[in-house]
Design a protein around this ligand. Sequence first.
Ligand code: 4NP
Length: 160
Amino acid sequence: MRVLFVCLGNICRSPSAQGVFEKLLASSELGSDVAVDSAGTADYHVGKPPDRRAIAAASRRGVDISTLSARAVADSDFAEFDLILAADHSNLQELLRRAPADCAAKIRLFMSYAPNDGEEIPDPYYGGDQGFEGVLDMLERASQGLLASLGEYSSATTAS
Ligand code: 4NP
């Protein structure tokens, strides 16, 4: 199973999602069965590390995203990933617009795994540090839901 997190710049929300979800995976039975990556629908920040505020906020929760490097969504991602998870409606629309007609990947909002939260992860880029904390709170809840969903998928495929 391969999961790709997508936001606009790939320097705030999606690298944070990657780090939070990878940490959760590492402590779960699914650990090595799931590969995780992140990308942006825009290419403004390609090659750059995550925003320093995102690195600091993640680090306070024991998540190291400092070595990640921003990349743009590639056409090949639609074939290589099973699940592509967008941070908000605008990025979801852009992914759906770019996806080939025979796209096998499921494309959806990441927050659909935390149905009691808002649908969109707010863009923290132009705000203060508090925005990054709120993003991480949302990412932790959605990651729990995603892990549970992948666990159910994995036991269903092993059983059949
Ligand atoms: P992200 O945040 O999509 O969560 O990485 C943003 C990063 C950069 C910009 C916008 C959002 N920007 O306009 O440069």
